[in-house]
Design a protein around this ligand. Structure first.
Ligand SMILES: C[S@@+](CC[C@H](N)C(=O)[O-])C[C@H]1O[C@@H](n2cnc3c(N)ncnc32)[C@H](O)[C@@H]1O
Length: 295
């Protein structure tokens, strides 16, 4: 069977629930809650691990749910959100300081304290990282939203703790030590992937001619032109011999965009990130895949 056929068969078996159960590694839970987070897709990680990529690329990192489930031995992780990426680097390089400051926030947490911390401009990378994690865990619905001047402006939520039972920053730092961590546009990151590499791309979901609930959570909207730019970058990576697994909304415009060069499998799930009652609901999603020719 060709390499392309292998990836197609494995993913179809997994999506259809007929693949053998694969054991997960030591659990390393993502330390953030993130809009569009892929914890629900993490059972796919053991399947991807079978392909033993030379390097794993995740250009839309967010909370890194797939990365932490996969725990590859070499990785390139990136996101356009500079504060998010600084937080990852701080945990990887100095998790003890981040943990110390986060513990202090947890002790003092209340609504009034939240708004005081939200206005602060911390001076060091570790204190900025602790502020980022504290706000993410105690704000309304784990949302990330900034105003025109780039200041975080989400109101306080209902959580009473900023520490979680699943926290293990030492393990998180150790898993991240395998990664080169970048703050770049996806196109620059994907351009570095070549033969034997695996790209897992989970972009914001936009479809042609439509603004849906998925696109509003970031400073800069992810436009349809960005979706086309992403598809072209992934096609070029395929030509260089990289393999691709990508998620997106199940919409004709997305199926048309990827249909020629990639395989597309329909998935569906319940999305809870859309906060307003009216926009909660069931979003159909697709898994897009392609395997570069082995040279
Ligand atoms: C759907 S989220 C990824 C969620 C992630 N898979 C997880 O499990 O949490 C999409 C991410 O893309 C990032 N992003 C938006 N535009 C980008 C761009 N042009 N280049 C790189 N990252 C971008 C956002 O900051 C956001 O973190």
């Amino acid at each position: 069977m060709s390499a392309r056929g292998m990836l197609a068969r494995t993913l179809h078996e997994w999506a259809g629930g007929t693949s053998a159960r694969k054991e997960a590694l030591v659990t390393c839970t993502p330390f953030l809650k993130w809009a569009g987070g892929k914890r629900w897709l993490s059972p796919l990680a053991p399947v991807l691990r079978e392909f033993a990529p030379r390097r794993y690329f995740e250009p839309f990192l967010g909370s890194g749910a797939m990365y932490f489930a996969l725990q590859p031995s070499r990785a390139v992780l990136s996101d356009a959100n500079a504060s998010l990426i600084e937080t990852y680097v701080s945990i990887r390089d100095d998790w003890q300081s981040v943990w110390r400051h986060l513990t202090a926030h947890d002790r003092q947490h209340c609504d009034e304290y939240y708004y005081r911390v939200r206005e602060m401009v911390p001076r060091t990378a570790a204190t900025r990282a602790a502020q980022f994690i504290y706000l993410n865990r105690t704000c309304w619905n784990g949302l990330y939203r900034v105003n025109r001047s780039g200041r975080f402006n989400v109101p306080v939520g209902s959580k009473s703790r900023a520490l979680l039972d699943t926290d293990n920053f030492a393990l998180t730092a150790s898993v991240l030590s395998a990664a080169q961590i970048r703050n770049d546009d996806f196109a620059d990151v994907i351009a570095a992937a070549g033969a034997g590499d695996l790209i897992f791309a989970d972009p914001p979901y936009t479809v042609r001619h439509q603004f849906n609930g998925f696109v509003k959570y970031n400073q800069k909207l992810f436009s349809w032109d960005d979706q086309v730019r992403l598809c072209r970058a992934l096609e070029a990576a395929l030509d260089r011999g990289a393999s691709v697994v990508c998620t997106n909304a199940d919409h004709t415009s997305i199926r048309e965009l990827y249909g020629e060069r990639f395989g597309v499998i329909g998935l569906s799930r319940f999305s809870s990130i859309a906060g307003r009652g009216g926009s909660r609901g069931s979003y159909a999603e697709v898994l897009i895949y392609g395997q570069g020719a082995v040279k």
